[in-house]
Design a protein. Structure first.
Ligand code: NAP
Length: 280
């Protein structure tokens, strides 16, 4: 199909490459035109501005942040200037506020808008294996699906309003630093007793730690099934205390925070609830 890709940075360049290789009629636009030139040699057209790129009828944007997306959509020669009929597929990680404004502005211009958030780093984008979290009108997502199938390994549709994908993406990203902090603290605990971090990584992968925890605790927390407890808060607090003691002088700010939350719950008579009530 005819499709334009706007934003040829680390992620967008790999996505554009895959669309070209898959045989789509690709037009590209990038603020710094030098990044667009190599795509001409591969058979893509280079648009003069975003509004010209919109003549393809379907535009994917992969831009740095809110300001970049605002410039490309609301600016001079932006997507809104292209007139009715356009389908804009927004892949950049941007705010839910901007996503809501984009949905309203495109609708007012007689255009269609979906959010298609991506998980995966630039090497994953280049390999066409992104995980896509999409939201918008089902008929618009159906139009976009062949493009998702090229840039991604799978698509999850999370709702009929684009903000739903934006919210899912920021929630997913908020968890990543929490996991990175958790790993750092786990490595500190075992390092105090001679286990190297890479050995701990192998152990975590071998026991399928991430999926296992989300698989067991995700449904309990989603359904708020904290009683009867499979493992009560008072025993969980004991184990967190054991970890703090095992770490010696190592700095464990996340574990300390969790211990103090558990103490507060136990003090409020929550000691017999399942320890998955930690966030309540
Ligand atoms: P990047 O390499 O920095 O590319 C940013 C793109 O935005 C470039 O094409 C840049 O154009 C353009 N841009 C920036 N400001 C602009 C403006 N004011 N007007 C027009 N264009 C502008 O970033 P990236 O890693 O590809 O990330 C793109 C988006 O994907 C971000 O929202 C990011 O959070 C998200 N994301 C990234 C990753 C990752 O691992 N990198 C993973 C998932 C999602 P110029 O070339 O002219 O500067």
């Amino acid at each position: 199909m005819d499709v334009s890709l706007i934003g040829l940075g680390q992620m967008g360049s790999g996505m554009a490459d895959n669309l070209v290789v898959a045989g789509h009629q690709v037009t590209v636009w990038n603020r710094d035109r030098a990044k667009a030139e190599p795509f001409a040699a591969r058979g893509a057209k280079i648009a003069a501005d975003p509004a010209a790129a919109a003549q393809a009828g379907t535009v994917m944007t992969m831009l740095a942040d809110d300001a970049a997306v605002e410039a490309v959509v609301f600016g001079d020669g932006g997507l809104l200037a292209a007139g009715p009929g356009l389908l804009h597929i927004s892949c950049s990680t941007v705010s839910v506020d901007l996503t809501a404004r984009l949905a309203a502005a495109h609708a007012a211009a007689g255009q269609r808008f979906v959010s298609a958030q991506v998980l995966g780093r630039p090497d994953v984008a280049a390999a066409g294996k992104l995980s896509i979290i999409a939201a918008g009108a089902a008929e618009d997502l159906d139009v976009a699906q062949p493009l998702f199938d090229v840039i991604g390994a799978g698509t999850q549709r999370v709702g009929d309003r684009p903000v739903m994908a934006a919210a899912a993406k920021v929630a997913l990203n908020a968890g990543i630093p929490a996991v990175m902090q958790m790993l750092t603290e786990q490595f500190r605990i075992v390092a105090a007793h001679g286990i190297a971090a890479d050995r701990m990584v192998a152990l975590l992968l071998d026991v399928n730690y991430g999926n296992r925890l989300i698989g067991s605790y995700g449904p309990i927390i989603a359904e708020q099934r904290f009683e009867p407890a499979g493992f009560p808060m008072r025993l969980g607090r004991k184990d967190v205390g054991l970890a703090l003691a095992a770490a010696g002088d190592a700095d464990l700010p996340l574990t300390e925070l969790i211990a103090s939350r558990m103490d507060a719950i136990i003090e409020a008579d929550g000691g017999e609830q399942d320890w998955s009530a930690i966030g309540q």
